[in-house]
Design a protein around this ligand. Structure first.
Ligand SMILES: NC(=O)c1ccc[n+]([C@@H]2O[C@H](COP(=O)([O-])OP(=O)(O)OC[C@H]3O[C@@H](n4cnc5c(N)ncnc54)[C@H](OP(=O)(O)O)[C@@H]3O)[C@@H](O)[C@H]2O)c1
Length: 226
């Protein structure tokens, strides 16, 4: 299968990693359904790619990963447009640099929702609705790596959760032809993290190469387990 034939759902496409990953995928010929909560940013992304006459195609739809009904509608759009899906790229995330404060429990609830639960909701919806071909679900672990300028608790907790989830659910889901991958990008410059030296554009180019590897390896992706 060539990149032109791959159908991607990118969640978290309105800024940072997802914004640049969508551009890299569409410019390489893929079909992308791009999502996030901000409609204006999605429209801007679509106009940018149309203006550049990118090789692939882009659909846009708002959805909130904390609201499973919007995710169901999102998946419905992919199925209606393409009759299936090859790959979920999950880059929705929130970065909280601070230590846990009971007074900020709403922020922590949003964080676990966006960085972890949303991935589970989407994987469950895919598992229930898509059956024509194997689907890969690729999650980006949360925020600054250990040893970064400000180590994030969010990084440690949601990364562990995602790893555990992918390990435990992976075997069962693989029977249903869903392959779970975790990609651990190095810190990059984005709205979320303006302090790092590597641009999100360059980070995305490297990451797309990892995505092609995940798709080629069909569940035994050594690159994902570093
Ligand atoms: N920046 C770094 O250095 C770095 C390094 C390694 C890993 N990461 C991880 O990569 C992921 C993306 O980071 P980033 O720097 O690209 O962040 P970002 O620029 O802030 O983008 C976050 C994305 O998540 C979406 N999002 C947040 N809450 C959402 C929700 N409830 N429903 C739907 N979409 C939601 C946002 O869209 P809307 O606001 O429009 O909904 C936005 O598109 C995160 O998991 C982050 O932890 C980042």
């Amino acid at each position: 299968m060539t990149s032109r034939q791959f159908r991607f759902l990118v969640v978290g496409a309105t800024s940072g990693m997802g914004w640049y990953l969508t551009q890299a995928l569409v410019s390489q010929g893929a079909s992308v359904l791009a999502s996030g909560r901000r409609a204006g940013r999605l429209r801007a992304l679509r106009w940018k790619l149309l203006g550049e006459r990118a090789r692939g195609s882009i659909l846009i739809q708002t959805a909130d990963v904390l609201d499973p009904s919007t995710l169901d509608e999102l998946l419905g759009t992919a199925i209606e447009a393409w009759r299936g899906l090859d790959c979920l790229v999950y880059t929705a995330g929130i970065y909280l640099p601070a230590a846990f404060e009971p007074s900020q429990s709403k922020d922590w609830s949003r964080l676990f929702g966006a960085n972890f639960a949303g991935f589970h909701h989407l994987v469950s919806a895919i598992n229930a609705r898509v059956s024509d071909r194997p689907v890969h679900a690729i999650a980006f672990t949360s925020s600054l790596a250990k040893g970064g300028p400000r180590e994030s608790i969010a990084y440690g907790l949601t990364k562990r959760l995602l790893e555990d989830y992918c390990q435990r659910a992976g075997g069962v889901l693989a029977l249903n032809r869903i392959f779970l991958h975790i990609v651990d990008p190095g810190p990059f410059r984005s709205e979320m993290n303006p302090t790092c030296g590597v641009g999100a554009s360059e980070a995305s180019r490297r990451t797309v190469a990892r995505i092609w590897k995940c798709l080629a390896d069909k569940g035994s992706c050594s690159a994902c387990r570093k």
